[in-house]
Ligand binder design. Structure first.
Ligand code: DGL
Length: 270
């Protein structure tokens, strides 16, 4: 048994890296649905179906706990999975909540009423499906009042990353940041609300300027998982076999993963 890490493609690797660093003794099985990426332009039913398929494949690897290292799946599918589909002995956790807790300066599981927070103007960069779901704004409204969120659906970025085209991905990031800054010239914070985007974190930071605090999820999710496993050690499992599975071409996905993560990563067919 191990903990499963799910994404539509390469983005979840940014979370996976932080998980391995924080929990070096834990086995992780990564599943990238690269054959069906990007999810961000699909409808909610489609995202739900594909995410359930991936999570079922991770169950076969003995992963009773799966992290959806994908905002699009967390926004469009997670609630429905938890309410209608998930068996008693399995858990699926998303990546939204730890990020919003950090932005709103809350401790894990603090359910007190929403209150004023330091940041007032937040730029949200995410996939078209995540932006359309308004899941981020909904979660934020449970915890904070008076925060103005300007969301930019970043079409094309995930496609360019999955194709291994770093230069195109950087150009598209710059144009999305410019578009957002025209509507909100002075954000105090920016959320990278897609796990692919930290692969271009420097590009986002450069385009936004040094004054903008850029939040990404990897370390926050790793802290939350460490805390969760301390409270629910039955989900740690006894397994020691870590691997990377893909629905795409194992050779091409390994090459692009190695290029973006700057270390050798070998995928096998899911
Ligand atoms: N990495 C994913 C996310 O966090 C999905 C991107 C996509 O497939 O469009 O949203």
């Amino acid at each position: 048994m191990a903990v499963g890490v799910f994404d539509s493609g390469l983005g979840g690797l940014t979370v996976h890296e932080a998980l391995v660093k924080r929990l070096p003794e834990q086995a992780f099985v990564y599943y990238g649905d690269n054959a069906n990426a990007p999810y961000g332009v699909r409808d909610a039913d489609d995202i739900y179906k594909l995410t359930c398929q991936g999570v079922e494949r991770l169950w076969e690897e003995g992963c009773d706990l799966v992290i959806l290292a994908c905002n699009t799946a967390s926004a469009a599918a997670l609630k429905r999975m938890q309410e209608m589909w998930l068996p008693e002995n399995k858990r699926v956790l998303g990546v939204f909540v730890p990020l919003i807790e950090a932005l709103t300066e809350r401790q894990w599981g603090d359910n007190s009423p929403p209150r004023e927070v330091a940041v007032k103007h937040v730029a949200l960069f995410a996939t078209p499906a995540t932006v359309a779901s308004r899941a981020f704004q909904r979660e934020l409204a449970y915890r904070a009042i008076g925060v103005d969120v300007e969301a930019q659906p970043c079409g094309g970025v995930v496609d360019a990353i999955e194709a291994g085209d770093e230069i195109l991905a950087e150009q598209i990031v710059r144009s999305h940041v410019e578009a957002l800054l025209r509507r909100m010239p002075k954000p105090e914070a920016a959320i990278l609300g897609c796990t692919h985007y930290p692969l271009l974190q420097n590009e986002f930071q450069a385009a936004l300027g040094a004054d903008v605090k850029v939040y990404s999820q990897a370390n926050l999710v790793a802290e939350s998982l460490a805390d969760y496993l301390t409270r629910r050690p039955e989900f740690t499992g006894a397994g020691t076999v870590s691997k990377y599975l893909t629905t795409g071409s194992a050779a091409a996905v390994s090459k692009h993963a190695t290029q973006f993560l700057k270390r050798s990563i070998t995928f096998e067919n899911a």
